[in-house]
Ligand binder design. Structure first.
Ligand code: GLC
Length: 662
């Protein structure tokens, strides 16, 4: 059962698309207080677990932390960070009472989940203008399924997007791309995509190509396609201010950019220098911006990643002016010993400043709305611009699109990657913990920068992270400019990388089927153990293993120099290891705790009792997969329901897509 409570004058985010009955009076759980903005308070029992929040820091169980939905470009995902790139305001309290809450509020909102007081959940925001959805169900899993029905079907990418992709900020020329393609193909490491970061553009201008390096672009796209490699360019939120640049000129002419209070276009510096933000909340401007993607799809491009769409701001002219004045003051007064900390903080404060977010506006439905009141909707609507455009360009074709910033509702238009992580072991675990939470909020096509974006990776870190990435729908190795090169073929004993990525392709018929089942049935692809074993009292405590689909459990290694790990089995399972020689090791393990050996070049998984999964032969790209001659591993006598379509079109409901394998 779902009830909707209306407070004040909410902004229509279009997160929920199925009508919900409006509840009378107060919600049956917790206490709502409207004296000072909005607050919801609930007393947590000792055993209660709190799930949700999608792309948020810390655990699968969110208790003991404070999280702020306030989309932020912050590349330092340390444990104390409260805001990441997304705002996914859905939580589930499970325990004494089970209920879910979705707070449809597009501005800054705080979820204090037993942080200030261990026994108190308190949600607060400044304006009492929101929809509160309260979802009841017998179990947290039931609650998720009900919520997912209200927010609509999750985005489904083309099948090639389930292949492995290589990315790096710093590829500049065709030769750089050819080197990567060749490195993978020569070493027979499977791959389907190479991502193009900002340097493919001319001066970081969206929908342009670098004139020196990318003449004859359609031919180059084709050259890569002949090797079964798709190029996936990045699109950034900020449009460079430059006379003669059509996107800029049209945006100015039609008033499609966000404006300040005085009606002048708001100016913010990002990669291209000074830019304007397209007002993607305004449907007309959104359509205009979306139509530009066709410039690239017309040249053979079939996928994109949308970036910097919190929207990130490095600085504004006003900010620079204020800081320069302050600098002059510092130097004047403290010639002898300037406070470098103060200077540093001033400079750091220039980026993503609240003052800037309060100084520009969107035009929605004839109304002007200040950006900070709808801040968390920018990435959502930028990606919606692309998604809606793809439906106009070729309605029956699936395009790859994923975004850095997001809000619930965007899950219908695209996937997400979880932003600028680091080459840290702790970030493998953070990656794992986010996965089921993202699924709860509708985001199924998700993944992290494997190997770590910032800082220098190591061979073992990359291998272990890839062994988790084997299971994430988006499997992409991406790293920042200036860090150690981390394409798989750059390391010694390339065969280990070849083997780990081959396992992804061998499992792809299974992973794709489970993705499609989750998407078509508004279900989860990754689940916490407790969702599958609700009676198991230990399951809610497990934070480093996940259930995937209906058949398997994963338990990756995330500690350096470990040669295995402890694993908890809620029931008897078959422990499976893909060994470097292509063989598959299988061993039945009883329910309970076990230590299992897992070498750096092995990929483990666990098959649930009585179930089986299909395994294909090795393929170097998705199109080469042979799904006719597959083997089935797991429990004898079990059957598996396979989903297979052409991976290109939207013919999801065709009964021919289903077949049983055993
Ligand atoms: C941002 C993105 C990152 C990208 C970089 C350059 O930091 O998150 O993935 O490589 O910008 O475009």
């Amino acid at each position: 059962m779902i009830q909707k409570y209306v407070y004040g004058m909410p902004f229509e985010t279009e997160a929920v698309i199925v009508d919900v009955e409006i509840g009378n009076g107060n919600p049956s759980y917790g206490m709502v207080n409207l004296e000072n903005g909005f607050s919801f308070t609930y007393r947590l029992a000792k055993e209660d677990v709190v799930y949700g929040l999608g792309e948020a820091n810390r655990g699968i169980n969110k208790r003991g932390g404070c999280y702020i939905s306030d989309c932020t470009d912050n590349p330092h995902h340390t444990e104390d960070v409260r805001s990441l790139y997304a705002a996914h305001n859905f939580i589930i309290v499970a325990g004494t009472q089970n209920f879910g809450l979705f707070i449809d509020y597009p501005s800054r909102i705080i979820f204090d989940i037993g942080d200030t007081r261990a026994d108190t959940l308190k949600i607060t925001c400044e304006q009492a203008d929101l929809y509160l959805y309260v979802i009841e169900g017998d179990t947290p899993y039931e609650i998720v399924k009900q919520f997912r029905k209200q927010i609509g079907r999750s985005y489904i990418p083309p099948k090639f997007a389930f292949g492995f992709g290589q990315s790096r900020w710093g590829y500049r020329t065709k030769e750089d791309y050819r080197e990567v393609a060749d490195g993978y193909r020569r070493n027979h490491i499977p791959m389907d995509m190479i991502y193009m970061d900002i340097d493919y553009m001319q001066d970081f201008k969206d929908f342009t190509l670098n004139e020196e390096h990318f003449s004859e672009f359609p031919e180059f796209v084709q050259e890569m396609k002949e090797q079964n490699i798709r190029l996936i360019p990045i699109i950034d939120a900020g449009v460079k201010i430059e006379n003669g640049y059509p996107v800029y000129e049209e945006g100015i002419k039609n008033r499609y950019f966000c404006q300040q209070e005085d009606g002048k276009e708001f100016v913010a510096a990002v990669w291209p220098g000074y830019t304007h933000f397209p007002d993607v909340l305004n449907p007309e401007a959104r359509q205009w911006f979306g139509d530009y993607y066709q410039l690239l799809t017309d040249q053979g491009i079939e996928g994109f990643w949308n970036d910097m769409n919190e929207p990130a701001i490095f600085y504004t002219p006003e900010g620079i002016k204020k800081v320069s004045e302050k600098m002059v003051e510092y130097l004047k007064n403290r010639e002898e010993k300037p406070s470098t900390w103060e200077v540093r903080n001033e400079l750091l404060g220039l980026a993503n400043s609240q003052t800037d977010y309060e100084s520009f506006y969107h035009q929605v439905g004839g109304q002007r709305i200040r950006h900070d009141k709808v801040h968390n909707l920018f990435g959502y609507n930028m990606t919606r611009a692309a998604g809606e455009a793809f439906d106009r360009i070729e309605p029956n074709k699936r395009f790859l699109i994923f975004s850095r910033s997001s809000y619930i509702g965007m899950h219908r238009y695209g996937g997400i990657w979880t932003g600028d992580n680091k080459s840290w072991w702790s970030h493998i675990l953070l990656n794992l913990k986010m996965l089921p939470s993202l699924n709860m909020c509708g985001f199924l096509y998700v993944g992290a920068d494997l190997g770590g974006f910032g800082a220098d990776t190591t061979r073992d870190l990359l291998l272990r992270w890839l062994a988790l990435g084997v299971f994430t729908p988006l499997m992409r190795n991406h790293s920042a400019i200036g860090t150690r090169a981390q394409e798989c073929f750059r390391f010694e004993q390339v065969e280990d990388f070849r083997h780990v990525i081959q396992v992804r392709y061998r499992l792809l018929p299974y992973l794709y089927s489970e993705y499609m089942k989750a998407a078509l049935e508004d279900d989860m692809y990754f689940k916490p153990l407790a969702f599958v074993y609700p009676k198991d009292t230990h399951a809610p405590l497990v934070e480093d293993q996940l259930m995937l689909g209906n058949e398997i459990m994963i338990a990756p290694v995330y500690i350096q120099n470990a040669r295995g790990r402890y694993v908890y089995l809620p029931e008897e399972m078959k422990f499976v290891k893909f060994l470097p020689d292509g063989m598959i090791y299988e061993e039945i393990l009883s329910a309970g705790h076990h230590y299992v050996d897992i070498e750096l070049d092995e990929v483990p998984l666990f098959i649930r009792q009585g179930k089986c999964i299909p395994v294909a032969e090795i393929a170097e790209h998705v199109e080469a997969l042979d799904t006719v001659h597959m083997t089935v591993i797991g429990y004898l006598g079990a059957e598996y329901l396979l989903y297979e379509d052409d991976g290109i079109h939207k013919d999801y409901d065709n009964p021919k897509n289903w077949r049983t394998v055993k």
